[in-house]
Design a protein around this ligand. Sequence first.
Ligand code: GLN
Ligand code: ZN
Length: 755
Amino acid sequence: MAATVYGFPRQGVNRELKKAVESYWSGATDADTLLAAARELRLQRLAQLRDAGIAEIPSNDFSLYDHMLDTAIMVGAIPARHQAEADRLDRYFAMARGTADAAPLEMTKWFDTNYHYLVPELGPGTEFRLDATKPLEEFAEAGMVTRPVLVGPVTFLLLAKPEPGAPAGFEPLRLLDRLLPCYAELLQDLRAAGAEWVQLDEPALVTDQPPAVLAAAKRAYDALSAERSRPKILVATYFDRLGDALPVLAGTAVEGLAMDFTGPAAANLTDLAAAGGIPGKRLVAGVVDGRNIWIADLPAALSTLGTLLGLAQTVDVSASCSLLHVPIDVTLERDLDPQLAGWFAFAAQKLQEISTLAKGLTDGRDAIAGQLQVNAARRAARAASPIVRVDAVRARVTAVRDTDRHRASPYDKRRQAQHERLALPDLPTTTIGSFPQTASLRKARAALRSGALTAEAYDQAMREEIRSVVAEQEALGLDVLVHGEPERNDMVQYFAEQLNGFLATTHGWVQSYGTRYVRPPIIVGDVSRPEPMTVRWSTYAQSLTRKPVKGMLTGPVTMLAWSFVRDDQPHADTAAQVALALRDEVADLAAAGIAAIQVDEPALRETLPLRQAGRAAYLAWAVESFRLTTSGVDDRTQIHTHMCYAEFGDVLQAIIDMDADVISLEAARSNMAIVDDLSRASYPNEVGPGVWDIHSPRVPSVDEIAAHLRTALGSFPAGRLWVNPDCGLKTRGYPEVRATLANLVAATRHVRAEL
Ligand code: GLN
Ligand code: ZN
């Protein structure tokens, strides 16, 4: 029984990797300096894992930017537009970030995590060629036998997309037979270098897959395991239950399978037992939650492991997935109450838990009696803590009635009341909330933190900014204004800092993409709102204009999705608490005269469970918590919501059920397709499909925006259509924001004249 992990945070204790990479980008340091810093970090990690008792240590889980990008380079899948770049490192970063003349690869979410990977582009003409430099070098430099980690061939192809210009209907998975020889050659090289095991990550197999994909997985692993000279193969799966793919993988000759036994994947235990286990194979059991920050229930994990012992030839202990998704070390949190700190296991603490469990299984519980005692005491303290359970909050959730989740009147009646109050033209124009976060705003925030600026002076700076944002919008001629969100560092953190029950960290950085790291707050206890959070900003903005200013809140689903969520009660209960806190804020905004209130839910789609089986229950609580947030206002208050970063096809019914008066959605890149989808689904309320892809500084012309609007009008009536960008403008600069919004207003006037 050995301890292992599939991967460890890459950034270093003080985000040294971020600094090294960004300093290379800025030209301040050269490639050798960057590569030396990266190597140093890898060697430190290695020592840390070894010292923590991890017996089988991974390699090649490190990345300068992203592991999917590494894999694309490893198999030679380099888009034509990047092939001219001669320097290896510059080409790597060009694919990640783009250059003046070559767009980067698209970026998207890694399954249902907040990590973003770069999407490889493949076409019928793609010829794969192995470049094994990275895995071989990282194996060799370790100075010990490590287990190289690779993205498996099936997941690699399933997550890739057709290259620009590929024939319609081209599926990258068709390239499997061309890709496998690359992997076979790599396995041979790794064996020659001394690798005993290799880990092939296949998380795509925990999503619902048609028989053709399962057949491809079988073909892939039959072929790879038939190679004569290779390390033993561990196929790693995580994030959900393996389901239909379990018998497929079990039926191949691979030597090992890694499975997740936490959260929704706990069902793997019964599935595995029902299948009669995987006799003759090695099972790596992910019993420590790799995605959340709570200490493990060690006795429960031991009992799972005990059951698993009879179901495989050998059983090793691991986290449920790579530790990439949790912060690096809780002992860095010097401001944290030590009692609370004991409740959390970040990556370093999870290593201890895993090696403790391995020791407990090998040497018996007595050998880890001390650890079990500490673990039990900490869990008991958490369960009994007054921070965790607040009776008043619970009583309020219990008292919620179904009518609290329904607006007083149906949409048609509300619409009339809102149109009388707001007196908007057809095709009203608006924005999604944030305006550019300028350097002077960031400076003011830093000055507040360092004490160089008093709270009053900071407030004054924010008011100045709001005044200028309102004036900009007046000058542009927009119909419904926003205050611009200058006071918000982040749309979740801003609220988390003001709500009881949320905890912020100082060093809890988690990689979001490339060199971007976020510090998700932790929901430790019952959530409530001590006082209004946004009212003074919204009312100040409203005082400056006769046009309506939208109130702006982050919805309950997104508050949960971008935080570490408590594991001691259903998410639905936590969401209801957050919803009630936000409901009070909505009521206060309405009472202060704010006529339109937007409750953002950009994360609603991305948190959808990976497998169909879990989706209905999730969508039920997601919709209910949104409605609980927004249903307390009278007919005359217009409720908006906003979603982005996703395909909405799977959640159309949920969008309808949310019953917001207006929803704004990302739509520019898909040429307004969502409007037709909503119309076919008989969506009854108002919609603002985005006409500007804000991910790019490109300024769309009046004609282009007008064309988008005409397309939308092809399937939706003008009286229910809004005009807005795809998302908030905080990452854009003022020049392109002014130019685009001017075009947006002009295009709207043209199209209105045609009605
Ligand atoms: N209101 C937020 C903004 O405009 C919404 C951000 C988002 O959808 N991610 O920035
Ligand atoms: Zn958005």
